[in-house]
Design a protein around this ligand. Sequence first.
Ligand code: GUN
Length: 293
Amino acid sequence: MAAELIDGTAIGKQIRGELKDEVSRLRARGVVPGLTVVLVGEDPASQVYVRMKGKAADELGMKSDTIRLPATTPEAELLALLDRLNADRAVHGILVQLPLPRHMDAAKVLLRMSPEKDVDGFHPVNVGKLVIGDPSAFRPCTPAGVQELLLRSGADPGGKHVVVVGRSLIVGRPVANILMQKAKGANATVTVAHTGTRDLPAMTRQGEILVVAAGRPEVITGDMIRPGAVVIDVGVNRVEDPKAEKGYRLVGDVNFAQAVEVASKITPVPGGVGPMTIALLMRNTVQAARQAA
Ligand code: GUN
């Protein structure tokens, strides 16, 4: 039997709907949640994401601003911009879109941001707060979105074995940290598999919930999935397709056609995790405005 689809577009919309009321309440107190997105260079996928982030903020009645810098911008100039944004009281959230051009040190850039405005949750202070379970931490948007998808589709991770594929700082590590918390909506037993894992299929087949953020198109095949598992596919990969209008199509890190026959629930790509990242970014920005007010 084919798996049930987890509709990230609908769930993301539900979360943004919940935020609308809170934005109205803040505005009534004279606080307009403000998000500034910084994009360095012309990476095509990043341009799409940045546009969607600005649009979502506008729709919620927040103040959004996108600063586009050329790929050749010296690192010192980006750091000086962050200093100005840190000091600007109308800016509650700052997001520097990754990846940065190669001449920039992303760790140094992230460190320069005020942790109170780091709505991506990538600053070491927020990473540390998440690990120790401090609720004032901003949780990285995609991992927090994965948790919401599980909860709102009736797949509470509590007591389950979650296998995460990938150990990136943006998805793999924070999703493991969130789902292993001793807290409602979490409390899972988490295994993190990665490129150094000896027998990956044996590992992924143990997951009652399988979260895949490997960054490689369709590496998880049907035989690697435990029958009845809940599969969350975080991957977004462009693969060439001369038949497609744009010359490419989007696929996840999971072979969807195979996985849908084995899993009980699965996220599609696109329309699964993607819309959740934006919704949780909006939530984090509202949280930043609330904490600043
Ligand atoms: N690039 C890919 N995902 C993300 C994200 O969640 N935040 C930022 N800033 N850049 C990204």
